[in-house]
Design a protein around this ligand. Sequence first.
Ligand code: HEC
Length: 144
Amino acid sequence: MRKAILLGAAALLATVSMARADGPNPVEIRQTGFDLLSANFAGIRAVAAAKGDVKTMEASAKAIVRFAALLPALFPAGSDKGETKAKPEIWSDNAGFMKAAAAMGAAAEKLAALAKAGDADGFAAQVKEVGAACGACHKEYRQK
Ligand code: HEC
């Protein structure tokens, strides 16, 4: 019985790793995601600086919340090689990395609530908090 389970697990793992070898490169997926995240955040910052209608930014803030939740999964084991700036600490201190992702999610959650409330001053202040969350993770987990 136990042997059957182990064999099943081994077959599943083999399938998963084959799917990965054939599928898109995880480094490219996450870098593309970060490019989109960055462009989205630039739009958020521009609206805050121009004192525009922050209510229009709720969906953009919520997209950051979703990306933050997904972020740890974009760094599967073995994706530390190739054209990547991911530091080894992502895997050796994975709890810290997950905390840094969650911090961005929490900051963006607040940003979405301020956008929904149409609180322009609060929104502008919270944009800085989200930016700080990007910077904090890059400092520890991204190569220069
Ligand atoms: C939890 C950690 C973490 C958070 C939070 C985070 N980043 Fe990153 N970011 C990384 C890592 C690690 C890389 C390097 C990825 C690679 O090269 O494989 C990266 C790469 C990037 C890149 C380069 C992508 C490319 O094309 O190579 C940009 C731009 C970027 N991040 C912007 C942001 C912005 C803007 C935020 C905040 C809104 C943010 N990041 C939040 C960890 C993070």
